[in-house]
Design a protein around this ligand. Structure first.
Ligand code: GDP
Ligand code: IMO
Ligand code: MG
Length: 439
């Protein structure tokens, strides 16, 4: 029997999705990206060699795997071309195995200008976006004025539509934001040139997925960002502009709800967040001044917590079961993949947040109002650390007892099994307890 598996991040992104997608694609024939864009940074390490993917699905390093970019993804031609050429320079025949839906909204240079202008205007309350034009591109889609990949097939009508949309955005850039307007002719010339690379990859991705389902092939749906960054269910307005939860795999690719067989939630053994927004279990530490929380420093330094897309320092803190439990429900998670356990190896003791204290009361579900979220104080349980290396351990029984206890505690609090355990960045540094594509 074949299976369709969704992989999603359960926290604020960077849980290790790329590594896990690459790993379990050994048993899949195609990988589908269904939301987000090149705001994602998915890191794959194979025998010490690191590859960071932003837009191209994380199955690309397996030569028998087809990679599909479905219509839920906002696509920057510049970013895709750059990524393709990097992969091809290292000997990966990426363009041959990549197909793109004509219904993907295009991220154009004015979206990036708008993203940056808005962030600058927000000042102190900036979201801390990746500056890749994600929000403005999704806005154009919903406003029904956006250009899509399929528009590249008719450059004459593309040029007309571009004229209208640029008139609109240039007006707001120069008159509202006091930013520089973009030159229509150069935007058109660049897009027309880039279209030559993109057009040959255009394909009815939804139909391809349905054909794969009909011929009983395993498909992996690769989420980007994390569930707490979901546009509807995340810590609004400190969120991204897509549905990062598992429902996004359905709407963003054109399969039906019952086509999905299981949902693997990637959980980092602690929590990180890049950009602004509430983070109750944060242990603030600033790398530039080397000031702040000592444990926050350990997590950030040992975990190499710097953004794979922007290079920004990631904020770090303890595992937060309040956010995670909401996440498991939002996604109908069927199994957990716990990553970066090894980052905790040196710690004396480890905390898990099991509730928030807000206005003198304990709550176990995340507040909807972002100000309440920011005011929530974590309530912790504490467990002893193991103070031994777990890097690359290949059997559960070989894990130190305290590490086994930490894992079992997470399973107990989640009421879900841990199917995969990752104890190092490399593809091999993983313990698969239950392969998602197995029966
Ligand atoms: P993604 O966005 O969810 O794909 O995650 P990122 O690639 O942005 O961030 C995860 C980081 O942790 C990358 O640098 C990975 O190479 C690294 N990583 C993944 N799993 C592990 C692990 O189990 N242990 C350690 N130490 N690093 C890991
Ligand atoms: P992966 O797939 C972590 C965050 C940004 C910002 C907010 C909005 O690697 O896990 P956007 O540019 O999307 O409008 O920014 O979302 N963000 C991520 N944080 N990992 C990501 O992707 C992210 N993609 C966006 O930092 O707070
Ligand atoms: Mg990332």
């Amino acid at each position: 029997m074949s299976k369709n598996v969704v992989i999603i991040g359960t926290q604020w992104g960077d849980e290790g999705k790329g590594k896990v997608v690459d790993l379990i694609t050994d048993k899949a024939s195609s990988v589908v990206r269904f939301q987000g864009g090149h705001n994602a940074g998915h890191t794959l390490v194979i025998a010490g060699k690191k590859t960071v993917l932003h837009l191209i699905p994380s199955g690309i390093l397996r030569s028998n795997v087809e990679c599909l970019i479905a219509h839920g993804v906002v696509l920057s031609m510049s970013a895709l071309i750059e990524e393709l050429s990097e992969l091809e320079a290292s000997g990966v025949d990426a363009a041959k195995r990549l197909k793109i839906s004509p219904a993907c909204p295009l991220i154009m240079p004015y979206h990036i200008a708008l993203d940056n202008a808005r962030e600058a205007k927000r000042g102190k309350s900036a979201i801390g976006t990746t500056g890749k034009g994600i929000g403005p591109a999704y806005e154009d889609k919903v406003a029904r004025r956006g250009l899509r990949v399929g528009d590249l097939l008719d450059l004459k009508s593309f040029a007309e539509k571009l004229g209208e949309v640029m008139e609109y955005h240039n007006f707001s850039l120069s008159n509202y934001y006091g930013a520089e307007a973009l030159d229509y002719n150069s935007v058109l010339a660049q897009a027309s040139e880039q279209a030559k690379t993109i057009v040959p990859m255009i394909s009815d991705v939804t139909e391809q997925i349905h054909q794969h389902i009909a011929s009983k092939q395993n498909i992996l749906f690769e989420g980007a960002q994390g569930s707490l960054l979901d546009i509807d269910q995340g810590t609004y307005p400190f969120v991204t502009s897509s549905n990062t939860t598992s429902g996004g795999a359905v709407t963003g690719s054109g399969v039906g709800v019952t086509d999905i067989d299981c949902v693997i939630g990637i959980v980092k053994a602690y929590t990180t967040r890049v950009g602004g927004g509430p983070f109750p279990t944060e242990l603030p530490y600033d790398v530039a001044s080397d000031k702040g929380d000592a444990i926050g420093k350990v997590l950030g330094t040992i975990g190499c917590e710097f953004g794979a897309t922007t290079g920004r320092q990631r904020r770090c803190g303890w595992l937060d079961m309040v956010g995670l439990k909401r996440s498991f429900n939002l996604n109908a998670v069927t199994g957990i993949c716990l990553t970066k356990l090894d980052v905790l190896d040196s710690l004396e003791s480890i905390k898990i947040c099991i509730a928030y204290e807000l206005n003198g009361k304990q709550i176990t579900t995340p507040p909807y109002d972002v100000r309440d979220y920011a005011a929530a104080n974590p309530v912790y349980i504490e467990m002893p650390g193991w103070k031994k290396s777990t890097i690359g351990i290949q059997s559960f029984d070989h894990l130190p007892q305290q590490a086994q206890d930490y894992i079992r505690k997470i399973e107990e609090l989640s009421n879900l099994p841990i199917d995969i355990l990752s104890t190092g960045p490399d593809r091999d540094e993983t313990l698969i307890l239950n392969h998602p594509f197995d029966e």
